[in-house]
Write a protein that binds this ligand. Structure first.
Ligand SMILES: [Zn+2]
Length: 139
């Protein structure tokens, strides 16, 4: 994606689950171009913002985004959670079915978006949900 003749730069906040990484990299390389995004990876994706194990974890990630923005002006923050996430399971979240799980994550995305909008009012926000078993992104 181009803006003013240069590529937009993206910060991707997503889980580190190794089962997803190869596919996510392919999807993001295709969509944003290689080298046009940061994707440090956090256990549980937006869980680290919405429901961090320790409050300092949230600050740590917010500082990462802030620093990334200073290094390389971030145009878009993309939030991606995924189905079958172990970090959520560990925190006691059990889902009856796919719909329940997906709607729970939609709520998580909303909470994370609200928080990030306050911290980064000039940065665009997008959310996505990755289906681990199907290896597919739902935007
Ligand atoms: Zn995960």
């Amino acid at each position: 994606m181009k803006k003013n003749g240069k590529n937009q730069f993206v910060y991707v906040l997503t889980c580190v689950d190794p089962a997803n990484i190869d596919t996510l990299v392919k999807i993001f390389n295709h969509r944003f171009g290689k080298g046009n995004y940061f994707m440090p990876g956090e256990l549980g994706g937006v869980k680290v913002l919405v429901d961090p194990a320790k409050k300092t974890d949230r600050e740590f990630v917010l500082n990462k985004i802030k620093t990334s923005d200073r290094v390389h002006k971030i145009d878009l923050i993309l939030l991606v959670n995924h189905s079958g996430c172990g970090a959520y399971r560990l925190a006691g979240h059990v889902f009856e079915n796919k719909d329940e799980e997906e709607s729970f994550h939609a709520g998580e995305m909303k909470k994370a978006s609200t928080l990030l909008q306050k911290k980064f009012p000039d940065t665009k926000l997008e959310t996505g949900y990755f289906l681990k078993k199907e290896q597919k992104m739902t935007w």
